[in-house]
Design a protein around this ligand. Structure first.
Ligand code: C2O
Ligand code: CU
Length: 505
């Protein structure tokens, strides 16, 4: 440890006082509370927000190497967390409809991995968005994603999808934004904000999740935007920016609330809304994205915070009692988390452009539904090792699955006719919220038990509340092949809450 780090850490310990909360294995010292307070310990806060490196397609092709491996700078310090090409989040990949995206993935992780282009409407076959691939340690694999000519422009992202290791690798830092350009320019300044969370030891290692965190879905005590802690964005009062926010957290639901700024939502997940919607709060389950127009309301300081969200209850005997909120006893976060600080200079310019009254939203699935299905998230007490492999798990574990069955890559759970429009009722009879994600084909949420999410727009992740349901309409258009749907609390996915769907022959 350098003398400088040591001194800062010591100062942090002194300054932390009664507001300090020691978390994590080695006790990363943390301070939370009032807006002006900064994290102490070894994290650096309040630096100008940086964009992840960008890779742009040229002449219809984007060829990009992605080396997955340890060793990235996070929150201003060197860590052994994971990144692509030494950066977490990885580079922002920018393509256009009709482009060819060629990714050479090199695995320097010491365990298998692969790559998923979350939300992209591309083929699930071969070396495209195929979640059944496994790239061994030390291997290099050439992915090729052909973006259809009529692909909607929007905000997507990429992350590993090797079953059993997804949560560890994402929590470790492996995620990046993937933008399909070509939509309307809605603001002069556009930013990508990839939100991740993780816990680090004092030595800068990622804290491994225990059995209880795997059951509840792990949340980190560091919430980062583009790998930075509470970065600052300088804005001019009244000037609108477009922010593409990706919730790349493993399990954390973000409940975004602006202070000293107005927010208008123009896109959910990768899809433009039919019209801009002013919002006081935007809830993003893991995997969800939001395209926001952010307009500071006056000079001075502001923030974008995420308020705490209860994700239901663990409520399972032997796994933390019957009344533990999720996340449980750790209770590291009581108050809002600052994602970004705003530094607004004034006075308002008055030249800010208003968003258009209507947006070129992609077409919705048709109303004539050829088949209805019911699919249920299920949790139950299992036998030995029900939680998945390793981690010192002993005794009866939780069995996570759909319709009472854990994931089996060789079993086809749903068979859908190519081109069909179906309605899927996703039931959640468990005591925890689960975000439902389907690969390749976006869906329209046509109803849900909590009402709020059925805004009629397209999306690819929907949060299905505990003891609730969501009704989705899906048009299985353009592509055929086998892929997966799963809970996007990736600890649950790794524990078996995933199933397969085959579309066409
Ligand atoms: Cu973002 Cu199958 O996942
Ligand atoms: Cu879940």
């Amino acid at each position: 440890m350098s003398r400088e780090l040591g001194r800062r850490r010591a100062l942090g310990l002194l300054a932390a006082g009664s507001a300090a909360v020691a978390t994590g294995v080695a006790g990363w010292v943390w301070r939370i509370g009032a807006p002006e307070e900064t994290a102490v310990g070894a994290a650096t806060s309040g630096e100008p927000l940086r964009a992840p490196p960008e890779r742009l397609a040229r002449d219809g092709v984007l060829t990009v190497p992605l080396d997955a491996g340890p060793g990235v700078r996070l929150a201003g310090r060197d860590t052994s967390a994971l990144g692509f090409n030494g950066s977490s989040p990885g580079p922002t990949l920018r393509v256009r409809p009709g482009d060819d995206l060629r990714v050479r993935l090199t695995n320097r992780l010491g365990q298998p991995t692969n790559l998923h282009t979350h939300g992209l409407h591309v083929s699930p076959r071969g070396n495209s968005d195929n979640p059944f691939l496994s790239i061994a340690p030390g291997e290099t694999f050439d992915y090729r994603f052909r973006i259809p000519d009529d692909h909607p422009p929007g905000t997507f992202w990429y992350h590993p999808h090797r079953h059993g290791l997804v949560a560890d690798q994402l929590f470790g830092g492996l995620a990046g934004a993937l933008i399909v350009d070509g939509g309307p320019e809605l603001a002069e300044t556009e930013r990508v904000l990839v939100v991740t969370d993780l816990s680090l030891t004092e030595a800068g290692d990622v804290v491994p999740a225990g059995p209880r965190e795997r059951m509840l879905g792990r949340e980190g005590n560091l919430v980062l935007v583009n790998g930075q802690h509470e970065p600052v964005v300088e804005l001019r009062a009244g000037a609108t920016e477009r922010w593409r926010v990706v919730n790349a957290c493993t399990s954390r639901v973000l409940s975004l609330r602006p202070e000293n700024a107005r927010v208008t939502r123009v896109g959910s997940d990768g899809f433009l809304l039919p019209r801009p919607v002013p919002r006081q709060r935007v809830v993003l389950a893991p995997g969800n994205r939001a395209d926001l127009l952010v307009t500071p309301t006056g000079p001075g300081r502001g923030r974008l915070v995420s308020d705490p969200v209860r994700r239901g209850h663990g409520g399972m005997p032997g796994m933390g009692g019957t009344a533990d909120p999720v996340p449980g006893a750790g209770g590291t976060r009581q108050g809002p988390v600052t994602l970004v600080r705003l530094d607004v200079s004034g006075p308002a310019t008055g030249t800010s452009r208003e968003p258009p009254a209507e947006l070129p939203a992609p077409p919705l699935p048709g109303r004539s539904v050829s088949r209805r299905r019911e699919i249920a998230f299920t949790m139950g007490m299992g036998g030995m090792g029900g939680m998945g492999d390793g981690d010192g798990m002993r005794g009866p574990g939780m069995r996570f699955g759909f319709d009472g069955r854990a994931f089996d890559a060789d079993r086809t759970d749903q068979t859908v006719a190519a081109g069909a429009t179906e309605e899927w009722l996703i039931r959640n009879d468990t005591p925890m919220d689960h975000p439902f994600h389907l690969h390749v084909w976006p869906f329209q949420v046509v109803g849900s038990s909590d009402g709020g999410q059925a805004d009629g727009s397209l999306r690819d992740v929907v949060l299905v509340p505990a003891r609730g349901w969501a009704r989705l309409r899906v048009h299985f258009a353009d592509h055929t092949g086998r892929t997966v749907y799963h809970c996007h609390i990736l600890d649950h996915e790794d524990a078996g809450m995933m199933a397969t769907v085959r579309v066409g022959g």
